[in-house]
Design a protein around this ligand. Structure first.
Ligand code: DX5
Ligand code: ZN
Length: 216
């Protein structure tokens, strides 16, 4: 199984986004993870649709947009128009999860559901036919640089069992580094978001170390 790497732009030098994106693009990563925070669902604010649209003009990387936004339906069309290739929404942030997923799909892009650490995977049971990816948060959403929550390993294993037979990726976001990455992959994850790990120091070196750590 190939593990996909998704550098999280939120961990980048935010004053130099174009350079930072070029650097990860040169590393042939599969996607760019873009965090959208509304200051309400999470206690922080990040990347709006106009900014994503500007970045779309700078790179052909696959845009994986992680919406930490209450009632995301209000903004989904704007992010599609801005160039999102996949949108993931928090189960906890939408009243009608199925409707939200249908809305994303209606634009012909990929759709996924995100679960915060305290949310059960049972909430996914009836939408498995409607999603391309599940994102399990392994920190509480809102900030980069937090420590990986160890109990997530069992959650990843349980999810991995639950989606057997479906074509659904398991993405992990929060506290990914050389120590946690092999553990989550062993548990069943195949897409790794890495923010502070990617952008602290030498980006190319960091990404190649991460790839080596998960190809066992
Ligand atoms: C946090 C964001 C993450 C963040 C991860 O809410 O969803 O994508 O950038 O940062 P690290 O990899 O530093 O934990
Ligand atoms: Zn994220």
């Amino acid at each position: 199984m190939t593990v996909k790497i998704a550098p999280s732009l939120f961990g980048a030098d935010l004053g130099n986004l174009e350079n930072q994106i070029k650097a990860v693009e040169d590393c042939k990563v599969e996607m760019l993870h873009i965090d959208v925070m509304d200051g309400n669902f999470v206690p922080n604010i990040a990347f709006g649709p106009d900014q994503v649209k500007m970045l779309r003009g700078k790179t052909d990387l696959f845009f994986d947009v992680h919406m930490m936004v209450v009632e995301p339906d209000r903004f989904i069309p704007r992010f599609v128009e801005a160039g999102a290739d996949m949108i993931t929404v928090h189960q906890e942030a939408t009243t009608h999860l199925h409707r939200t997923l249908q809305l994303i799909k209606s634009f012909g892009i990929k759709a996924g559901v995100v679960l915060s650490p305290g949310t059960s995977i049972k909430t996914l049971e009836y939408v498995l036919d409607d999603i391309d990816m599940v994102l399990l948060m392994t920190v509480n959403p809102g900030y980069g640089g937090q420590s990986f929550i160890e109990s997530s390993i069992n959650k990843i294993k349980d999810l991995s069992e639950m989606i057997k037979g479906y074509n659904i990726d398991i993405q992990i976001d929060g506290g990914i580094n050389l120590e946690t990455a092999p553990k989550v992959v062993e548990a069943g994850a195949n897409v790794l978001v890495a923010g502070s790990f990617t952008f602290k120091g030498d980006i190319a070196k960091n990404i190649s170390a991460l790839i080596s750590a998960v190809n066992f």
